[in-house]
Structures are given as structure tokens and as C-alpha cells.
Design a protein around this ligand. Structure first.
Ligand code: HEM
Length: 409
């Protein structure tokens, strides 16, 4: 089949290493209907932002006609658990999100973030120390992949001795986000792992209720607020959501970050000399090479007119965050990587009611990881460019990133 329709161009693996020219072509029309699938693609900054705030657009998969969205064929949310709040609309969404937020609000917030800083640095130092004696490493497998899952283990209070089993289960569930050759077998294996993960979390929650620790899950399982408490299934489904939403996204941000820094040595030098530039750098990465390229699970609950196009009720809509981030109507010189960019209100974490719940943690993880890597690696350089990418056009990032170096500082 010729790679001609907009959806085919986006999903075509040949465009994975550099999808930006495809997006630039699509941005000539802010809302494009893909004739083959009937999906409406939204490509420009203001149009995407407007829809992210529009209550007539739903994130609930139950509003979507079966088969209306080819990218969701291997949706791993399907399980015995109720949908997590990323796939619910207000008001159900808002109640669950507010309850899940509580461990991060007062009186816990300042101490939790402070404690986390130290913990993140210790995990990163351990991972970098593990590279001693090597001349080359894979940023994905040796560093970025183990990092966020270890962080989530600490956040949820998974005992250290359970970490390998827990990580194995998370790996199996997260693998379901990528297309597989045998989709039916993948579905079965993901379902098995999700079930086992759910059972493990149920046991952990019971244990935390009996002996509460200082972790987020203990607080969620014991704190009684004005709106009550999350039920056991809501707790499990929220914990699974945090695991999935915070895993591959963070891996991609760190990996895209190293790749971009190695392609812009002057910025790498700047970060090494002044780690205080890390926050601006991470924001620009979230604009320039965001881990989430497309939000493919939105449905219109009513007819919506946007930028001269009428999107009918019940239509599947894809919001192209990565395209919106390169829109010259919003960002000057959008294809330039500029960590000093002022007013950088990118859409890398989405916007509106579903804006990323884990953004403060993700920012801290990426800032810590990238500053430590550039501080400690002597003369790092790319062993191959472009690297091989993962298949997904939604969660886009390298599968491997081989970097050569001369030693550790
Ligand atoms: C939502 C990106 C890390 C938890 C989102 C959304 C985006 C996003 C684009 C919006 C989804 C939508 O509108 O449908 C990212 C990126 C990350 C990251 C780029 C890393 C660089 C994390 C982490 C966690 C997390 C570390 C948790 C520990 C969530 C949750 C939601 C969400 C729970 C759903 C919020 C809601 O529906 O109200 N994220 N995320 N994310 N993210 Fe993140």
C-alpha cells in the first residue's frame, strides 16, 4: 500500500527517526480528515490546545466505536480492572485524580519532593557507577529503562527484595504498548501479567494498611480525606496507571535528551559547566523531542467546529502534540533546539483536565539523570546516528542508544 494517507505517513516506520517533515506538511491544514480511516488529525498548536480544554471531547474508550482507532488495537488498559482516570471524563475523572493527588499535597509535598531528590540522585549514581570499566553502553537498557521503575518502586513502597519480580511484571505489561508480531499471544501475556501485578499490588496494599510506611501507597491506603478514600480496585488501577504512564515516557525523555545533547555538543558543555541550566533544557526537550507524539484516544461527544472544519459527533480524533510543539505560529524558529527559549509553554505533558499528573517527578528524574550523565561521562559520543527506534509512533523514542566514552569522572 503506498504510504500516502496522513495516518499512514505518521505510522510508517520509515518516518520514525524524523517525523517532523510529515507534521510540517500536515500543519498546512489545522484539522485534517484521514479519508481511509475517518480519523480527524489535529496538528497546530492553538487547535490542539483548544481541544484539550473542550468538554465536548472525551477520553473514555467506551465512547469510541469498536475498530475506529487502528493505533489502539493492542490497548493494554483492557483488563478486569475498572478504567483508570486517564481514560475517564469528569466528574469521575476529577474525583479519582484529586484523591490520587493527596499524597503530593500539603502537608506532605515539600518533604516528599525533598526526600525524592536524594533518592533519585542515589539511584542515578548507582546506575552510572555500574558503567565503570566499559567503553560503551546503551543509554536505554543500561540506564534509562531501569531508572523510572526503581523510582516508582520506592514511591509505592515495594520492598527491595520484591523489586526484581515487580520489575519483571511491569516490563511484561509495558511491552504490550508496542505492536507485536503475534498480537493475540501478546494480549494474553499482557493480561496474565496485569492480573499478577494486580494481585501483587493488592497484597502490598493490605500490608501497607497493617503497617503503613512513609510511601505514597501507604498514604493512599490509609488517609481519610473529605472525599473518603480510594477503594481497593481504584487503588490498584491507580497504581498500575502510575506505573504505565510514568515508565516508557520517562525512558524516552532521558534517551531523547542524551541523543539531542550529543547532537548539540555546545549544549552538552553548557549543562556540564552549569547544572542550573537543567530545568530549561528539560522543558525544551519536552517541546523539541517529546516522548508522547500523539494522543490517539479522543472522541467527540458533539459536533465541533474547529479552524473551519466541522468534526462530527462520535468521531475519533488524534491530537498531534509533537506537531503542535513545532508550530511556527506559536514558537519562533521551532526546529531549533534552544534551551534558553523564553515562554516555552509546550504541550509535552498535554494540557487541561488530563495534564500529566507525574510532571514534577518526570522533570526531576530527567534533570537529575541528564546532569549526572554529562558530569560523569568522559568524552561521550554517539556510536550510531540515527539510533534504531521503537515501533510506536505514539510513545516515540530510540529502542537503543549506544554511546562510547573514555571513562567515568
Ligand atoms: C497524563 C506525558 C511522566 C502519570 C499524561 C499526558 C501526557 C503525559 C501527554 C496526557 C494524556 C492525555 O491527555 O490523554 C508524560 C511524559 C512523561 C510523563 C512526557 C515523562 C517524561 C509521568 C510520570 C507519571 C505520570 C512519571 C507518574 C508517576 C500520568 C498520569 C496521567 C498522565 C496519571 C493521567 C492524568 C489524568 O488523566 O488526569 N502524561 N508523562 N506521567 N501522566 Fe504523564
Amino acid at each position: 500500500m503506498p504510504s500516502s494517507s496522513p495516518v499512514q505517513r505518521i505510522t510508517d516506520y520509515a518516518n520514525r527517526a524524523d517525523p517532523y517533515p510529515v507534521y510540517a506538511g500536515l500543519r498546512h491544514t489545522p484539522v485534517v480528515r484521514d479519508e481511509e480511516t475517518g480519523i480527524f488529525l489535529v496538528t497546530t498548536y492553538w487547535a490542539v490546545r483548544e481541544l484539550l480544554h473542550d468538554p465536548r471531547i472525551s477520553s473514555d474508550a467506551r465512547n469510541l466505536a469498536p475498530g475506529a482507532n487502528p493505533l489502539l488495537a493492542s490497548d493494554t488498559e483492557e483488563s478486569t480492572l475498572p478504567p483508570s482516570f486517564i481514560r475517564l471524563d469528569p466528574p469521575d475523572h476529577d474525583r479519582l485524580r484529586r484523591l490520587a493527588m493527596r499524597p503530593f499535597g500539603p502537608p506532605h509535598s515539600p518533604r516528599r519532593i525533598h526526600d525524592m531528590r536524594g533518592e533519585l540522585s542515589r539511584i542515578v549514581t548507582g546506575l552510572v557507577d555500574g558503567l565503570a570499566g566499559r567503553g560503551e553502553f546503551d543509554v536505554v537498557d543500561d540506564f534509562a529503562y531501569p531508572f523510572p521503575v526503581t523510582v516508582i518502586c520506592r514511591l509505592l513502597g515495594v520492598p527491595k527484595e520484591d523489586e526484581p519480580r515487580f520489575r519483571g511484571l511491569v516490563d511484561a505489561v509495558v511491552a504490550g504498548l508496542s505492536p507485536a508480531e503475534d498480537a493475540a499471544e501478546q494480549r494474553r501475556s499482557v493480561r496474565r501479567s496485569r492480573l499478577e501485578l494486580g494481585q501483587y499490588l493488592a497484597g502490598l496494599i493490605e500490608e501497607h494498611q497493617r503497617h503503613p510506611g512513609d510511601d505514597m501507597l501507604s498514604q493512599l491506603a490509609t488517609d481519610e480525606g473529605p472525599e473518603g478514600r480510594l477503594s481497593l480496585v481504584e487503588l490498584i488501577s491507580t497504581a498500575v496507571l502510575l506505573l504505565i504512564a510514568g515508565h516508557e515516557t520517562t525512558v524516552n525523555l532521558i534517551t531523547n535528551g542524551m541523543l539531542t545533547l550529543l547532537r548539540h555538543p555546545e549544549e552538552l558543555r553548557r549543562l556540564r559547566e552549569d547544572p542550573g541550566t537543567a530545568p530549561g533544557l528539560v522543558e525544551e526537550l519536552l517541546r523539541y523531542e517529546p516522548p508522547v507524539h500523539v494522543l490517539p484516544q479522543r472522541t467527540t461527544l458533539a459536533e465541533i467546529e474547529l479552524a473551519g472544519t466541522v468534526i462530527p459527533k462520535g468521531a475519533a480524533v488524534w491530537l498531534l502534540l509533537a506537531s503542535a510543539n513545532r508550530d511556527a505560529e506559536r514558537f519562533a524558529d521551532p526546529d531549533r533546539f534552544d534551551p534558553a527559549r523564553p515562554d516555552n509553554q509546550h504541550l509535552g505533558f498535554g494540557f487541561g483536565v488530563h495534564a500529566c499528573f507525574g510532571a514534577p517527578l518526570a522533570r526531576l528524574e530527567a534533570q537529575t539523570a541528564l546532569s549526572e550523565l554529562v558530569r560523569r561521562l568522559e568524552n561521550p559520543r554517539l556510536a550510531e546516528d540515527p539510533p534504531p527506534y521503537r515501533p510506536s509512533p505514539v510513545l516515540r523514542g530510540p529502542r537503543h542508544l549506544r554511546v562510547a566514552f573514555d571513562g567515568l569522572a
